[in-house]
Design a protein around this ligand. Sequence first.
Ligand SMILES: Nc1ncnc2c1ncn2[C@@H]1O[C@H](COP(=O)(O)OP(=O)(O)OP(=O)(O)O)[C@@H](O)[C@H]1O
Ligand SMILES: [Mg+2]
Length: 363
Amino acid sequence: MSEVELQGIKKQYEGAERPVIPDLALTVPSGQMAVLVGPSGCGKSTTLRMVAGLEEPTAGTIKIGGRDVTHVAPAERDIAMVFQSYALYPHMTVFENMAFGLRIKHLPEAEIQTRVFAAAESLGLRPYLERRPKALSGGQRQRVAIGRAVVRAPKVFLFDEPLSNLDAKLRSDMRREIARIHQASKTTSMYVTHDQIEAMTLADMIVVLKDGVIQQIGTPVDIYERPANRFVAGFFGTPSMNFLTADLKATAGRELARGPGFEIPLAARTGLRPAKDAVGKVVVGVRPERLSLVGNTDDVALSGEVAMREVLGAEVVLHLDSAAGPLTVRTDAGSAPRPGDTVQVWLDPKAIHVFDGATELRL
Ligand SMILES: Nc1ncnc2c1ncn2[C@@H]1O[C@H](COP(=O)(O)OP(=O)(O)OP(=O)(O)O)[C@@H](O)[C@H]1O
Ligand SMILES: [Mg+2]
């Protein structure tokens, strides 16, 4: 068992006015992959580096497999970390780079060979074992860096944007490779990425951070379908969710979000009780793929002028100017509207997200 547990973690760098991480609690259950996402500078790498032992927390406790490692040296934590810059030893062959951590642990030569060959096989590195890193492509080097972590069979893998130096094709190959390795080894992992596809496909749990504060922890589906607040809603999804500012009206037992040019019934979606929930401001969120150029019964119409049309192959993204503000619609590439056209788009009241106008929390 190698659950990772962070309790009451605070991190304030020396000389800094405010802590990067004020008070963080996070448990990654044994065998799970937690993916950390959030804007640049929100403290993702800092969190990983504290788990690795490369940074000391200002306060709080870090446990791995129940053991308090807060003040334990990195080498004694039984973790392996893969960075964006793979930092291989240039004078060593691929084999020796991968074997290095095992030699330090004085594993028998036969065991070292078995582990390195197995990892090299699964990562497609067998032909390169005798080469030096400078004779490898970027993608091959990154494989060596991953292989070097894998052979150690650590309690915990830490990945800090391991694929962001690779081109799109290699990235998706390596993403699947990492998923396969995780499936096979079931090693507790923490993975930082800016890539939403990586986050959605690799994560057992996604941790969304903003300014060192956890906004939501959930499965990829949770995060996408039930974002806890407006920030999470806007952070996940490409293009981003549309937000419409509206007044919440509760009249005659019906709840409505009313804004310029639209009136959306809310009862089905939020279950707000008019007696309890006073009239106020709300923000209605709707994903671009949930706006349609074709309406169904009960759909709400919004009208706007096409400002831009982006063709993405099979799909097209229409950017509209409407009375309610800018709207983004994702639809199939065969759709007709062109810049300058005025179109009606349809919103399914059951497909919306509603956030409190003041707290921005999901209602
Ligand atoms: N050694 C350091 N000394 C002082 N401040 C630091 C140090 N390392 C990081 N910081 C600051 O801490 C904050 C969080 O940095 P961190 O590297 O954890 O962000 P991140 O979420 O990994 O961002 P990115 O997505 O850009 O990698 C940033 O404001 C950064 O400037
Ligand atoms: Mg970082």
